[in-house]
Design a protein around this ligand. Structure first.
Ligand SMILES: Cc1ncc(COP(=O)(O)O)c(C=O)c1O
Length: 444
């Protein structure tokens, strides 16, 4: 366990556990503060007054919502929840808690490109990829985990844990129960931690649905012979995806390990959720009728748009990994590359961005070990926009297969192709996220 900061606990107003904020407000000239009891003596206008201590925010709404995401098969103890500024902050805080500089976490590929930043940049922790391939639909295997563990040891890295994303970004698949069992067995055998980023838990739209690692642990509890396994499994959650609220910056760490909860609470001082946001969300998530209807409708719409994308791609001869969750599809475009290499993938990606006007993510940015896979997001656009995207991609596929000149391709393209300036800016940014070929060699 990493040394915890010796600073005192955050003040209540800055607490990262569901807070009991001590609120201050500026009194409006001539009146009180909205929602406040009338005061007997009115302070001078503009002076700061301390409002009565607000009623404690219950941890219950988020705990219940997380439970609802998991069909109430798992109960969350609100006192084990640490609020963070999104899953970004939660993942980083967990790394600070679990790893020292130079320690490693094993992560199955392809993985969310942001992990390179969130887990490594400020903590000094390392990521060792667990290479998964299309041969078995990119599922994690015991031999891939063992191989990654050995590679870490060869690099003299101390492996502190495994981090999975379930459902997966970028695959759009929920991790099957059998695979979770296998991963839990692996971490138990090695005596290391397991972090499960379950930020997409509310998006699983078809069977087999989402199974939380906590469900797997709960089922094992009566047999629990593994040493303190409960203490070594930590879940990350956020409202950014399931509620479509990335701007609110609300995430959470759930852990039954008191030392992790205590250290994470202190670390979360650097990424707090405002008490106003907490109150708003407590009210929102406390409305059971709303959350029930919202979750069902959200999944229905995600599935509808997913099916539209998959059917559209099929029509133009592009196949996807079969998926059941997430806001994206993992798409095989290797047949459109001039060379089956990561250079070929980048060339194709640039064409799709600049000539076709679609912003998709190359698999190399997710550390995929096979060139030619792309993540295509479908949930951030209307059905009509998706139609236009499919039409353009269809033209591109046709032109590519006819080996037409790039100029002809540009003529066939629509107005989005003149957006070279913002696209160029996007690309500069995306290229920074994309690991270089040198990085890729170093990973092997
Ligand atoms: C797997 C995964 N973890 C974490 C994050 C970051 O989420 P947040 O916006 O809550 O920080 C993302 C965002 O795309 C993600 O896909």
């Amino acid at each position: 366990m990493r040394r915890t900061p010796s600073t005192p606990s955050p003040t209540p107003a800055a607490s990262s556990r569901w807070a009991s904020p001590r609120t201050t407000a500026v009194v409006r000239p001539g009146g009180g503060v909205a929602g406040e009891e009338p005061r007997r003596a009115r302070p001078p206008p503009g002076s700061r007054v301390r409002l009565p201590r607000a009623r404690a925010l219950p941890g219950l709404p988020l705990a219940r919502f997380m439970s609802e995401q998991r069909d109430y098969k798992v109960a969350f103890d609100p006192s084990n929840i640490v609020l963070t500024a999104g899953a970004t902050s939660a993942n980083e805080a967990l790394m600070f808690c679990l790893a020292d500089q130079g320690d490693a976490f094993l992560i199955p590929t392809p993985y969310y490109p942001g992990f390179d930043r969130d887990l490594k940049w400020r903590t000094g922790a390392e990521i060792v990829p667990v290479h998964c391939t299309s041969a078995n639909g990119f599922r994690v295997t015991r031999s891939a985990l063992d191989d990654a563990y050995r590679r870490a040891q060869k690099r003299r890295l101390r492996v502190k844990g495994v981090l999975i994303t379930n459902p997966s970004n970028p695959l759009g698949t929920a991790v099957p129960r059998a695979d979770l069992e296998m991963i839990v067995d692996f971490v138990a055998a090695k005596g290391i931690h397991l972090v499960s980023d379950e930020i997409y838990s509310g998006t699983a739209f078809s069977e087999p649905g989402f199974v939380s690692v906590l469900e797997v642990l709960a089922a094992r509890a009566p047999l629990a012979t593994e040493f303190a396994l409960d203490d070594r499994v930590h879940v990350v959650y956020s409202l950014s995806k399931d509620l479509g609220l990335p701007g609110f910056r609300v995430g959470a760490i759930y852990s039954s390990n008191p030392a992790v909860v205590s250290a994470a609470t202190k670390m979360s001082s650097f990424g707090l959720v405002s008490s106003q946001t907490q109150y708003l969300l407590a009210a929102l998530l406390g409305d059971k009728d709303f959350t029930r209807r919202y979750l069902a409708e959200n999944k229905r719409r995600i599935k509808e748009r997913h099916d539209q994308l998959v059917d559209g791609l099929k029509e133009i001869g592009i196949a996807c990994l079969e998926s059941n969750a997430g806001l994206f599809c993992w798409v095989n475009m290797s047949h459109l590359m001039h060379t089956r290499s990561f250079e070929g993938e980048m060339t194709l990606w640039k064409k799709v961005v600049f000539d076709v006007g679609l912003n998709i993510s190359p698999g190399s940015s997710c550390h995929c070990s096979e060139p030619g896979w792309f993540r295509v997001c479908f949930a951030n656009m209307s059905a009509k926009t998706l139609d236009v995207a499919m039409q353009r991609l269809g033209e591109f596929v046709q032109t590519s297969s006819c080996k037409a000149a790039p100029a002809a391709l540009r003529r066939a393209a629509g107005p989005a192709r003149s957006m070279s300036c913002p696209l160029a800016m996007n690309m500069k940014w995306a290229l920074r996220l994309t690991p270089s070929f040198a990085d890729r060699k170093a990973e092997r």
